[in-house]
Design a binder for this molecule. Structure first.
Ligand code: G3P
Ligand code: MG
Length: 246
């Protein structure tokens, strides 16, 4: 099995799961406060190529802005409220820069899964920029960030830009040629939809020399089952009931 897997079994999805506004620094603190030693978050580029955290293509659902997130320069993105949509406690929480979240995670010894989530049409440039930024931010750190993407163009660009950073292929559905794809991008892991998990798939991925992780597992019994099958890691939104401290 691949040696480059220093990651824990429990990963806080989008930083703080459902308990905090996703992909913010506040979410990272909530994840850490619940004992999570690894967080997942989504990164894309502003119009002027600053890497920042946001899941959707558009700003509307998780900020008080609107329209395509990649159309705004970073100086405008940082003025948005990315917390008020979640709950009153988080009103005024800003959009997080990749740099700020990386600094927090490294300082607090929290491992990161950086999901490269490009705005449409910017797949390769986002993969390149995120990988180069990650390389600079984590220089000298003990545990490298795991880069992943649904976009194979982003993953290929990340591989070219910073081949030394570990990568995971993120898939909506497990493709029949997953072995070839993992080899092509020199990945360490396959990140699957939890509904596709089976003991056979986990064994096959391990036998091929890779790790396997599943998103998004929100039922405690399901989490326990997948881990008992040998799943290497699970992403969860339910930080209270699916706890690494249990
Ligand atoms: O990286 C795992 C998971 O976050 C992928 O789905 O849509 O929540 O980014 P999504
Ligand atoms: Mg994600």
């Amino acid at each position: 099995m691949s040696a480059s897997w220093p990651y824990p079994t429990h990963i806080a999805h989008r930083g703080g799961g459902r308990l905090a506004p996703e992909n913010t620094l506040a979410a990272m603190r909530v994840g850490a406060a619940h004992g999570f030693r690894m967080v997942e978050f989504d990164v894309k580029l502003s119009r002027d190529n600053v890497a920042f955290l946001l899941h959707d293509d558009d700003l509307d659902r998780t900020t008080d802005g609107c329209g395509p997130a990649g159309a705004l320069p970073y100086t405008e993105l940082v003025l948005l409220d990315a917390g008020g949509w979640h709950s009153p406690d988080y009103v005024g929480e800003p959009v997080a820069s990749f740099q700020a979240v990386a600094r927090y995670a490294i300082a607090n010894h929290i491992a990161c899964n950086v999901e490269i989530k490009p705005s449409p049409g910017r797949e390769a440039e986002t993969g390149t920029a995120v990988a180069l930024t990650a390389r600079a931010l984590w220089q000298g750190a003990t545990v490298a960030p795991l880069l992943s993407s649904f976009s194979e163009a982003s993953l290929a660009a990340a591989q070219t830009a910073a081949p030394e950073l570990p990568r995971a292929l993120l898939v909506e559905q497990v493709p029949v040629d997953w072995r070839e794809r993992l080899a092509k991008y020199d990945c360490v892991a396959l990140n699957i939809n939890q509904r596709d998990a089976t003991p056979e798939l986990i064994a096959d991925v391990h036998a091929a020399g890779y790790r396997i992780a599943a998103w998004t597992v929100n039922e405690p019994a399901r989490a326990q089952l997948l881990l008992s099958w040998g799943m290497d890691a699970i992403f969860t939104d339910e930080l209270a009931s699916i706890s690494p401290l249990a």
